[in-house]
Design a protein around this ligand. Structure first.
Ligand code: ZN
Length: 391
């Protein structure tokens, strides 16, 4: 087994974080409200390095290593000690030690130190390299809930031979089953990847939906929904069924047109949809727009997951900006970890540290009482997710 632990998250900065706030942040058991499975098969170094590059879809070029990036450096800083290595171990030493461990052993070592009470797992991206929610629970000893991907549901129904004429009702039946399932706590749209946000968000009629389902079903196997009509249909139906809706916003791989994923482009939807909780995910570099929307609409919430990991030590600035305008009841914690279990741990470490540094300064300068700072930590780390998903 790995010999080490992650160590104190306030190492090097403990004089900047008031003691009670620091202790609270060290101990709080978070709800990671948007996360994916960890790798459950061995991967080689090239695959690992590619999996810590969100934007590129190419292999990492041979003039560089992703270990020399804000995220790679944070992994060497915080995850090397978990493997029994000193902080800042070299990339080669890190890789050599990591390679001695099996995937489950590695995941257990990392996720058990994340201090996460519950994983809310997005199972939409299918891969046989990725642990299921049940496996995540087994390896971490913590319960999981799951999120239903709306585009995946459309594709699954039509791939399974649903007659396009029956598609609207079949989709509604599946949502009804999700409402009744104790495991499913919400839905998710990846419109950002399929159409971007500047589409007609009005609710389509069933007749129009059937036309678009017919066109899609005619494409054969391995369907890929990219019809704005089918996407708007899925979102409005999920809302009508009272299901929370997660929305991928901003930061993602280069398949998406980042410039067309500003969440302000969703204003026509946010103004007209049934007001179920909307969770704007990641949001970077549009996290300020997301914070504004969370203030402007009672049903809108947001997080800065994924970016916390990718910004490494600069995540402190991101967490500070995420606290610009939105009421504290409208922001949630997530890691958006996918693949390397280092990411499940690192998200929690960097968030605790950043919250300590940012709120610690508010307390030290008299802008905020320490009890208030602790209450903000509880809201973003736990309570807002409990409220939004009814956990
Ligand atoms: Zn994700």
């Amino acid at each position: 087994m790995p010999a080490g632990d992650v160590g104190d998250v306030f190492s090097g900065v403990d004089d900047q974080v008031p003691a009670a706030l620091a202790d609270h942040l060290r101990g709080i058991q978070l709800i990671d409200h948007h996360v994916h499975g960890a790798f459950n098969k061995p991967i080689d170094r090239a695959a690992f390095e590619a999996s810590i590059n969100e934007g590129s879809t190419d292999p990492v070029p041979n003039f560089m290593t992703m270990f020399d990036s804000p995220l790679g450096r944070a992994i060497r800083r915080w995850c090397a000690p978990v493997l029994g290595l000193p902080p800042h171990a070299s990339a080669d030493d890190y890789w050599a030690r990591r390679s001695e461990l099996g995937p489950d052993e590695l995941t257990t070592a990392m996720v058990k130190q994340a201090g996460v009470a519950r994983w809310v797992v997005d199972t939409g991206f299918k891969g046989d390299l990725i642990a299921t929610p049940e496996q995540m629970t087994e390896l971490s000893g913590r319960p999981s809930s799951s999120i239903l991907r709306l585009e995946r549901l459309t594709e699954d129904l039509l791939e399974a031979g649903t007659d396009p004429v029956d598609f609207p009702d079949a989709f509604r039946s599946a949502l009804l089953a999700a409402v009744e399932s104790p495991d499913v706590v919400g839905t998710k749209t990846i419109a950002a990847y399929r159409t971007n946000f500047d589409i007609d968000w009005s609710r389509p009629t069933d007749v129009t939906v059937v036309d678009h389902a017919t066109a899609l079903a005619g494409q054969g196997k391995d369907l890929r929904v990219d019809s704005p009509v089918l996407i708007a249909f899925g979102v409005h139906e999920a809302a009508e069924h009272g299901l929370p809706i997660q929305v991928h916003v901003g930061f993602g791989d280069r398949d998406l047109d980042l410039n067309r994923t500003d969440p302000l482009l969703m204003l026509p939807l946010l103004r007209t949809m049934a007001p179920v909780p909307v969770l704007l995910l990641h949001c970077y570099p549009f996290h300020r727009q997301a914070g504004y929307l969370a203030q402007a609409f009672d049903h809108v919430n947001f997080d800065v997951g994924l970016a916390i990991n990718y910004l490494g030590s600069r995540s402190t600035a991101l967490v500070a900006e995420a606290l610009d305008t939105a009421p504290f009841a409208k922001q949630l914690y997530s890691s958006d970890a996918f693949g390397p279990p280092e990411l499940h741990l690192l998200g929690a470490v960097l968030w605790r540290r950043a919250m300590g540094l940012v709120l610690g300064e508010w307390v030290r300068t008299g802008e905020c009482g320490e009890a208030d700072a602790i209450a903000i930590v509880d809201m973003i780390g736990v309570h807002n997710a409990e409220r939004v998903y009814g956990l």
